[in-house]
Design a protein around this ligand. Structure first.
Ligand code: HEC
Length: 139
């Protein structure tokens, strides 16, 4: 009887794990770093950063503004240098890609895990390349 109950618990856990993995798969980026177009358009990236993309995502400026306690400033902070220094072995561009499509993979000290996980699923590879080009181009 005891064993039966353990088996039921185990079966439930397996189903639950499957659900969690399945749900996160929906949110995970469909774009990998290798898929990023080599050239990004900073002007187009700025527009996405400021206004979002056809109402499908919260604009980055919804959180990333100067002197916000909720999210680190990205503009006016020489972000390219910041990004280059974040994770050993990752270029600034690579780090920024991961910071956008999988924010929980690196949490900037002093901030919470508050950035939406959906950008990789809702922005196109070109959108991402453009936003990254913009962030790395502004002083
Ligand atoms: C709901 C608020 C919110 C929105 C919207 C948001 N972010 Fe963030 N972002 C955060 C927070 C909070 C952090 C710090 C925690 C972390 O590292 O994930 C962060 C971290 C980052 C970092 C790492 C910065 C560093 O100094 O290393 C980058 C890059 C970034 N966001 C880019 C973006 C871009 C690009 C967008 C829009 C496509 C965006 N974020 C939208 C809240 C947000």
């Amino acid at each position: 009887m005891k064993r039966h109950r353990q088996n039921v618990v185990r079966a439930c856990l397996t189903v639950l794990t499957g659900l969690i993995v399945g749900c996160s798969a929906v949110l995970t980026s469909s774009v990998t770093y290798a898929d990023l177009p080599e050239v990004g358009d900073p002007a187009r990236g700025e527009a996405i950063y400021r206004d979002g993309a056809n109402g499908t995502v919260t604009p980055c400026t919804g959180c990333h503004v100067e002197n916000s306690a909720g999210a680190p400033a990205l503009i006016g902070v020489n972000y390219a240098e910041v990004a280059q220094s974040r994770v050993e072995g990752q270029t600034a561009r690579e780090y920024t890609f991961h910071a956008i499509v999988a924010p929980a993979s690196y949490i900037v000290a002093g901030y919470g895990n508050a950035m939406p996980e959906y950008y990789g699923a809702r922005l196109s590879a070109q959108d991402l390349a453009d936003v990254i080009a913009y962030l790395l181009s502004v002083p």
